[in-house]
Every structure is written in C-alpha cells, then in structure tokens.
Design a protein around this ligand. Structure first.
Ligand code: MLT
Length: 386
C-alpha cells in the first residue's frame, strides 16, 4: 500500500524505535535497564487515583466530554497558573484541555502553519516540533542550542528571509534533553522577537516543576506582552506521574487557543471527563507530592552525576527536567554507541541523533528509574569491555 507523501519523510517515532530494540534485546534474553524514555517509574498519587475511581462510577461522565475540557478543569488550570506563576488566565478563552501535551503540540502546527512556511525549532529538541512541521508541509528551521550559549537559541543569527516566512517559534524549558532552564529575561527576548516579527511563540513547559539547586522555572506567559503572542503547553504526565492518563493543556493567547480548538474539535472529542476530574484533584492538592518527586529526582541526578564523574565522561549537571545529556565517550555516532550499550550491558539510553543534528555525539539518560537500578546500570557500564 502506498502511504501519503507527507509520511515519506517521517522517521519512526524515536521511542517506538527504542521500544522495538528493547523487545528484540529481551527476546535474546538480555536483562534490560531502561534509561531511555522519560516515563516516571513511581505511581500516580493515591488521592488522584481515588478521585478517578469515584468519578468512573458517575454515569454523567460516560458521555462525550466537553470539547474544550470541562469548565471546572479549565478553572483549576487557571487557579494553578495564578498560584504557581502569578499569571491570570480566562478559563473560557485562554485554556484548552489536551489528550496529553504531545497531541496539542502537534496540532498547533496544523492550526497555524501552511505549506512552505518556516517554523523555528530548537536543535536538539523533543522530536515532535520538527516532525509536526514536516507533516504540515512546513519547513523546520533548526535553532542550534549550544553549550556555550547555555543551550539557548541565538535569535540574531536566523536569516531575515527565514524570520519573515516563519509562523511559529518553539522553545522548551526546562529543556528536554539538555536540562537547561530559562529565566524570565530569556523568555522576554523571545517574546519581543516574536511580537516584532508576528510569529506565535510556544513553550513546552512540561518539566516546570523539576528544577534543582535553588532554581525555579518561570512560565513564558510571565514575560511582558506574552499573552499577545504566546502559548504554553503543559502536562500532568511528568509532574504527577500520569503519563498513561493522557491529559495536558494549552494556555495563553486566545486567538491561537481558539485556532487550536478548531483544529482539535474536528479531529478528537476531548478528554474523558473522569480523567479531568482526577486531574483537577492533582492540580489543586498536588504541590506536596510534586515536592517529594523533585527530591527523588534530585537524589537520582546527584547519583548519576557522581557515577558519570567516576567514569570520566563529559556532561553538564542539569538544572532542570529529569535527564542527563552526556557526550558519547567513544569515537562513534550516538546510535552505534546506544546499540553497543544495549548489546553489551542491557542498558538503554536515548541516542542524541534522535533529537536533531546537533544532538549527534550525545546521548540522554532518563532518571525515571529506581535508585538501585540506576546504580546497577552504571555498575554494568563500568565493567564493559569494548
Ligand atoms: C521523553 O522521554 O522525552 C518523552 O517524554 C517521551 C514522549 O513524550 O514521547
């Protein structure tokens, strides 16, 4: 069967490919330790699960959900943004529920980008920004995130012709995969750039709650004028260990949100209301839980840092998210190195090339694994014979 042309250039999704490699390794009898995907190992908190169990029994929630999310969920998001970021949002027009932030991130490109338009996307990056652009027929223009620039894009080097034809500039802080955290000045620079050039600016803020060493992540919407031009994507997946529930949200500029809603409403039918009810509980009462998770990731980050130092590998201690971005220590590309690690030790890491051209030469370790397994992974790596 012939596939649509738009799929021809789409690679398999990074973590689907990794999942297949894991299956093959397990079939060969390899005992796998997965430091690949950022999927929290600890369960969703009980108070959220209990709310879900109760909500499941309510037949009112068994019908189609409200397309944009129920107003109670949208109001809980607005309350959360007020409490956490001091940002005021109108739940009616400036918030929409998503089936996980990945879905909304992909759909905003379909809502705003025409064939031949540019989008400005970070490199390395969460692969969806580039992929969704390509699926729309747009052209992703990679903005290198260099260590020397604190993993922030240098907006001054983007050619004027590209800027003129760009519809979206996408950033992601706290950053996956580098662990860099943006401050408000950096967000202000991007918002000013976007406003001047009439480009919608989007931030993927899924890791906002996981920052360390006294750093607190702001919201892009705290920048002056942001609501004129900006949208932020957020997720309950990482903060509350809810990756399997598929719930997130987009907030910000009402025109962009309304276009995203129009796109979505023609494609999906919203988030199961019982899940929204449980998510409200997480947003309202989850601050203590998030603090505990932050402590756990900090401990694991410090463990990984100590182990990487012992190995003498090149990396930077991440200030945010729950990944460590490490230079490939051998003279080989990141895919070959990841495969070698899997074959020789059973340890799975994400190859940097999956995050864009600038990711080549690096690999990513996820800290979403029990402490003892993390240590065992390093123990195995230490004894590897090349
Ligand atoms: C990651 O591990 O980077 C992502 O969270 C996985 C995903 O969203 O597909």
């Amino acid at each position: 069967m012939k596939q649509a042309r738009r799929l021809d250039n789409a690679p398999p999704y990074l973590f689907v490919e990794i999942e297949e490699n894991i299956k093959k390794a397990q079939e060969k009898g390899i005992d796998v330790i997965n430091l690949g995907i950022g999927d929290p190992d600890l369960p969703t908190p009980d108070f959220v699960v209990d709310k879900m169990v109760e909500a499941l029994r309510n037949p009112q929630y068994h019908c189609y959900p409200e397309y944009d999310g129920c107003i109670e969920f949208r109001a809980a998001v607005a309350d959360y943004y007020k409490r956490r970021f001091h940002v005021t949002l109108d739940p009616e027009t400036e918030v929409v529920a998503l089936l996980g932030s990945k879905e909304g991130i992909a759909h905003i490109f379909f809502a705003l980008v025409n064939e031949g338009d540019f989008t400005l996307v970070p490199d390395p990056q969460y692969p969806v920004y580039q992929l969704a652009t390509s699926l729309t027929g747009g052209v992703p223009y990679p903005m290198p995130l260099r260590k020397a620039n604190g993993y922030f894009p240098d907006l001054s080097v983007i050619p004027g012709e590209v800027v003129k034809r760009s519809k979206i500039i996408f950033v992601n802080y706290p950053n996956n995969p580098t662990g860099a955290v943006a401050d408000l000045d950096m967000y202000q620079e991007i918002v000013d750039f976007a406003a001047k050039n009439d480009i919608v600016v989007c931030n993927d803020n899924a890791y906002s709650e996981f920052t360390y060493d006294g750093v607190t992540a702001p919201s892009l919407l705290q920048a002056e004028g942001a609501k004129e031009i900006a949208v932020e994507f957020h997720s309950l997946s990482k903060s509350y260990n809810m990756t399997g529930w598929r719930i997130g949200y987009a907030v910000g500029n009402r025109e962009a949100i309304s276009k995203l809603k129009k796109m979505k409403n023609n494609i999906d039918s919203g988030v199961f209301t019982a899940i929204q009810v449980a998510a409200i509980e997480a947003l309202k009462n989850g601050d203590g839980f998030v603090r505990e998770m932050r402590e756990i990731y900090l401990r694991r980050r410090n463990m990984a840092v100590a182990q990487l130092q012992k190995l003498g590998w090149d990396f930077e201690t991440p200030k945010g998210a729950f990944y460590v971005w490490v230079k490939v220590p051998l003279d080989m590309d990141s895919k070959s190195f990841s495969r070698l690690l899997l074959d020789k030790t059973g340890v799975v890491v994400a190859p940097g090339s999956g995050y864009g051209e600038c990711g080549e030469g690096y690999f990513r370790i996820s800290l979403t694994i029990k402490d003892e397994k993390l240590l065992e992974a390093f123990e195995r790596i230490r004894h590897i014979r090349y």
